[in-house]
Design a protein around this ligand. Structure first.
Ligand SMILES: C[S@@+](CC[C@H](N)C(=O)[O-])C[C@H]1O[C@@H](n2cnc3c(N)ncnc32)[C@H](O)[C@@H]1O
Length: 269
């Protein structure tokens, strides 16, 4: 993972990000179910990355009009390629930061965001923008990572890298879990102007056939690349071994099953 300050450099890993989509697909299903998009709805997917869950929605609900935005041009390009390849007529993606949406007030019936809000440079500003572009009575649903200990795979990486690489190369676990503490998300939503909402913890599992399958996915995604590049080769092997030890507790008869927790915010303007 290349890092720009306290989050991955999404432009650099854009072409590889889809390796993770199957693992986080269950979260997309929960978001889409919570939103219950209807024919004719105008929908905004924020921090839409390489296009999910917006693309799944576009295929299922051809009579909804869907816009996706993301701050990283590289991610948006990958999403746009999928729109062209599938000739989807009801969805478009643009490069835009969540803090400065170019949409007019009250332009969307539904807004969603999967694992984006906690990464915003300014989550409050982003949530105020969500509030502004939602129609009165419009619904929003988004997912953010919960606490560091329940963001299991990243906490493995954080522990393994902790004493081996300098601060600027540490996995960005603090930023990724910055809205996961008790009451933090509620306070953020209230400050952004929302009065009707719920925040609930949800659990789901990352599933891999084996530790090797997990590690290959990590390597292929280049997710740890910058941390690795900062290390001597001998250290790289010892990191892999240490993470393999952490993973041992999650080995089951069905392969590696790694629980993760996120917070689901659902509300109405
Ligand atoms: C973990 S990815 C999630 C992508 C997609 N929502 C998904 O679930 O597959 C986080 C995304 O947030 C985007 N992002 C980070 N800060 C942002 C901001 N301020 N405004 C818009 N997008 C942002 C990143 O570029 C990245 O594509």
């Amino acid at each position: 993972m290349g890092h720009k300050g306290n989050q991955p450099d999404w432009d650099k890993i854009a072409e590889k990000f889809d390796i993770f989509l199957p693992q986080i697909a269950p979260v997309g299903e929960v978001l889409l179910q919570a939103l219950a998009v209807l024919p004719g709805d105008k929908v905004l997917d924020l921090a839409s990355g390489t296009g999910e869950p917006a693309l799944t929605l576009a295929r299922r609900q051809p009579h909804a009009v869907i816009a996706g935005i993301d701050a990283a041009e590289g991610m948006v390009r990958v999403a746009q390629k999928k729109v062209v390849a599938e000739r989807l007529p009801n969805i478009s993606f643009q490069t835009m930061p969540a803090e400065h949406l170019t949409f007019g007030d009250a332009s969307f019936d539904k807004v969603l965001c999967r694992f984006g809000v906690m990464l915003f440079e300014d989550p409050l500003k982003g949530c105020r923008e969500i509030h502004r572009v939602l129609k009165p009575g419009g619904a929003f649903a988004f997912a953010v990572w919960s606490t560091p200990e329940t963001m299991t795979t990243m906490s493995w990486a954080a522990r393994a890298f902790k004493d081996r690489v300098p601060e600027e190369h540490q996995p960005p676990i603090r930023k990724v879990t910055s809205l996961g503490g008790p009451g933090v998300l509620d306070e953020l939503l209230r400050s952004a102007g929302f009065t009707q909402f719920s925040v609930t913890p949800h659990r789901f599992d990352y599933q891999y056939a084996s530790f090797d399958a997990y590690w290959s996915a990590m390597e292929a995604s280049e997710i740890l690349r910058q941390q690795f590049n900062a290390l001597p080769v001998a250290e790289q092997d010892s990191i892999r071994d240490e993470i393999a030890r952490f993973a041992r507790d999650f080995q089951t008869d069905h392969g590696l099953v790694i629980p993760h927790e996120y917070l689901l915010a659902v509300g109405r303007k």
